[in-house]
Write a protein that binds this ligand. Structure first.
Ligand SMILES: [Zn+2]
Length: 483
């Protein structure tokens, strides 16, 4: 009150003079403040990391040689030519990465944390060991997954969860035995969809996952419920539908499975037969129902492959990421346990897992050879997806089908390249594409200012040989070196 009276006395009532005076006082205060800050030597400088002399391998731009990447507070601050002068900062740690290659941290778009209880708590560490900094868990009990995500010690990869496979009246993963733990839950009627999705989101789900025995009207209701809540949708092709009717409604589809049914010359006949059998199934296991349909239709559909029909199907999927899981689709024929680097990776697994997998491998080895048609067709389809502009994402289904967490993603990248992708496209499939599924493409997946500093330092250039993603020098998660 006192100062205001004084000010009025000094300046009189002219509003223009008062405004000028007030403005110059404010200006002076700002100048004094800035001088005081500048003079104060003890002002703390932020902690920074500088990766210098590194070749950047960006999934979009390709190779950008001899760069320096400045990181602060978990984010990339600048990317410049090596040697560009930076303001002095005693709290900056420099890592000379001369001759090395920097890529964004990798994603595995298809994992199951709660499939093998012996592995559940080990998976996060294994992902980081192999440079996988983000994962999408595509099915399991939502409360178990949300609790796991909260309780895992840091550092841990970024984990995105869907909760259970939303299935039909008969649930495929119903918990009947160890090979089919209870990953699924039934959604019986379209009227149940909204409450189901709302409850999942409430419990921490980032997206939903729809499964193969869902009914078409319930599928549509789940899609509407997820869209209303801004939740992305991952799905298998429901067996009562076709890839070109279900696919365009989902953000991603898994395993390429059931696309062969839509690509067959006689696809309408096959569809009617499936719909009839599912409708008439009133008793038994969901797993048996699905296995029966796959057994009876898959190979005949591949034999009846019609490229023109398939182009029509694939052209509906240009906004739906396909996660081929080639590693899984080919596991019976390309036996991962025969790989040279398998024993070392296998040795890192918990004893209980090693034991059950050894039994599984023996079982594989003693089974009569199965028809490789689906395995070969899956690899073949990569080239067709590329030709029709269908986006492809890298995922493994680990630990299902001998998928070692982390390790198996590198196998998947190799197989995507063997199917026709360039190494850069394969890297894109494990970085930018999964980020797009979650609408995170501005935050993660490339090496650009403003993006999260989830990074992978490699010894050699993966663009000339994708197997070089295995040669990991260091892993950075949100600006911290974690390996
Ligand atoms: Zn899966």
């Amino acid at each position: 009150m006192y100062s205001r009276i004084q000010e009025q006395d000094l300046l009189g009532q002219d509003p223009e003079i008062r405004r000028l005076w007030q403005r110059s006082i404010r200006g002076l205060l700002i100048v004094f403040g800035a001088v005081a800050l500048w003079a104060c030597d003890s002002a703390p400088q932020p902690d920074q990391v500088l990766i210098s002399n590194v070749h950047i391998v960006d999934p979009v731009e390709g190779l950008v040689p001899d760069q320096q990447v400045l990181i602060e507070a978990g984010q990339i601050i600048s990317v410049e030519n090596s040697g560009t002068e930076l303001p002095a900062n005693p709290n900056r740690k420099v890592r000379d990465a001369a001759g090395q290659f920097l890529t964004p941290g990798l994603w595995d778009m298809h994992v199951h944390f709660v499939f093998d209880p012996a592995l559940t708590n080990e998976m996060a560490d294994l992902f980081l060991d192999y440079g996988i900094t983000s994962v999408r868990d595509t099915g399991g009990d939502i409360d178990a997954l949300a609790a796991l995500r909260a309780q895992l010690p840091t550092p841990k990869p970024n984990i995105y969860i869907s909760g259970p496979l939303l299935d039909g009246q008969f649930v495929v993963y119903d918990g009947t035995d160890a090979s089919r733990p209870e990953l699924g839950t039934p959604v019986l009627r379209p009227e149940d969809a909204d409450a189901t999705v709302a409850a999942l989101q409430q419990a921490g789900a980032d997206f939903i996952k729809i499964y193969e025995l869902i009914r078409p009207d319930t599928y549509a209701a789940l899609v509407a419920a997820a869209n209303a809540r801004n939740m992305p949708i991952a799905s298998h092709v429901p067996l009562m539908m076709t890839a070109d009717t279900a696919g365009p409604l989902a953000g991603s589809m898994e395993h390429l499975r059931n696309i062969e049914l839509a690509c067959a010359r006689n696809w309408t006949e096959l569809l009617e037969e499936r719909q009839r059998r599912i409708t008439n199934f009133t008793e038994g296991l969901g797993h048996s129902l699905r296995a029966g349909l796959h057994n009876d239709q898959r190979l005949p559909a591949i034999a009846a492959y019609d490229e023109q029909r398939c182009n029509t199907v694939l052209d509906t999927l240009t906004n739906t990421i396909q996660v081929p899981t080639l590693r899984l689709n080919t596991v019976r024929h390309l036996k991962p346990f025969l790989r040279e680097d398998w024993p070392e990776a296998f040795a890192t697994l918990p004893e209980a897992t090693k034991e059950s997998w050894t039994n599984l491998i023996n079982l594989f080895e003693n089974m009569p050879a199965s028809d490789p048609a689906f395995s070969e067709w899956s690899v073949f389809l990569i080239e067709r997806l590329l030709a029709r502009g269908v986006p492809i994402g890298a995922g493994t289904d680990t630990p299902i089908g001998l998928g070692i967490p982390g390790y198996s993603l590198h196998t998947e990248l190799e197989m995507l390249v063997s199917g026709g992708m360039t190494p850069q496209q394969a890297l894109f499939a494990a970085t930018v594409t999964p980020a797009r599924f979650h609408d995170l493409q501005d935050d993660v997946g490339q090496i650009k200012p403003g993006m999260r500093a989830d990074l992978l330092l490699l010894q050699n250039n993966p663009l000339t040989d994708i197997r070089r993603t295995r040669g990991i020098e260091a892993v950075m998660l949100a600006g911290q070196w974690v390996r």
